[in-house]
Write a protein that binds this ligand. Structure first.
Ligand SMILES: [Zn+2]
Length: 326
């Protein structure tokens, strides 16, 4: 079990769940004991093992599930909100999350149908052909099963500048539209979810806004990284891997990697590969077949960023976007 960390006004009990994702070794979430409450920042993954680990950590803090007062989510992803339903079965407590997390946690049918239509059109217009079929099937299944898996908790919507259990809320979108950071300015510590991870790159994932428009995930992620670099904090507690004490250096590294990706994309486009799906295949090789949604998202996000920077332009031919250097 991880050691408790004493801050000025609260104690952090990290819950470190081993993970077997290809690039992620742990899933981290944090039990916080404060004078005004016992809260969780994120809620792990939905497995018995993770639930046991949470119970052990609660015991370490002299508490149990029934003593929890609230759950604060850095974002809605299933490895951050996984245990929420199990916890709520035992104790009905509010879940604090960003406004854009709500339809994603509630599996709102209208939102999910909009999102499915968004990806169908996106992959078609980006030249992906039949490559999205597997993902569409999964999204359709999610819509069918929504009544069973939708989160029924009370969700308290929080956003930029709000204060919750002593933490200042800072919006840090890009990895997901609803990503937020919880900053403890006095204690010079922040809980940053998946914006920056030590020893692993973070993908800015393409997703629609509530109105169906495509969010500029890569420029959002760059701005969020720059924001983390300016944060008055000595330590970042992250959703995966170890806590970060050299965040300014890591941010510089991540931004320069994104710049390199941009340069490589411009040179591929300059060589005459104009359709995003083909650019993705040229860039990623066999990952194009095995990780299609993820790698497409990565390339489309960077193309959007390059277009915003005036470095590439696009035109539609026969229903498919073609990019060329501007
Ligand atoms: Zn995530």
């Amino acid at each position: 079990m991880a050691e408790a960390i004493r801050q000025q006004t609260y104690t952090i009990y990290p819950v470190i769940q081993p993970a077997d994702y290809p690039t992620l070794k742990t899933i981290n979430f944090f039990l916080i004991r404060r004078e005004d409450g016992l809260v969780l920042i994120d809620a792990g993954v939905d497995t018995d093992d993770c639930m046991d680990r949470l119970r052990d950590t609660l015991k370490q803090a002299g508490a149990e599930i029934g003593d929890l007062d609230a759950i604060l989510l850095t974002h809605h992803h299933e490895d951050h909100s996984g245990l929420v339903p199990r916890i709520l079965e035992e104790k009905d407590i509010p879940v604090y999350a960003h406004r854009d997390a709500v339809p994603r946690l509630r599996l709102d049918k209208e939102f999910l149908e909009m999102r499915l239509a968004f990806f169908r059109r996106l992959y078609r217009e980006m030249g992906g052909g039949e490559m999205g079929t597997g993902r569409f099937a999964r999204l359709e299944q999610t819509i069918r099963e929504a009544p069973k898996y939708a989160l029924k908790a009370e969700i308290v919507e929080i956003g930029e500048g709000d204060r919750v259990f002593g933490f200042e809320v800072i919006e840090t979108p890009g990895h997901s539209p609803d990503s937020i950071t919880f900053l403890d300015a006095e204690g010079r510590a922040a809980f940053t979810g998946d914006v920056l991870i030590d020893g692993s790159s973070v993908n800015a994932i393409i997703d629609p806004a509530a109105n169906g428009s495509r969010l500029p995930s890569v420029s959002q992620q760059r701005r969020s990284l720059e924001r983390l670099a300016r944060l008055d904090a000595d330590v970042l507690y992250t959703g995966h891997h170890g806590s970060i004490r050299n965040h300014r250096e890591l941010v510089r590294d991540r931004i320069s990697r994104m710049d390199k990706k941009c340069e490589k994309l411009i040179s591929l486009i300059g060589s005459g590969i104009s359709v995003p799906a083909q650019i993705t295949e040229a860039y990623y090789g066999k990952l194009y077949n095995t990780q299609f949604p993820l790698v497409m998202s990565e390339i489309i996000g960077h193309l959007d960023y390059l277009e915003e920077q005036g470095k590439v332009e696009k035109a539609m031919e026969d229903g498919v976007w073609h990019y060329r250097p501007a």
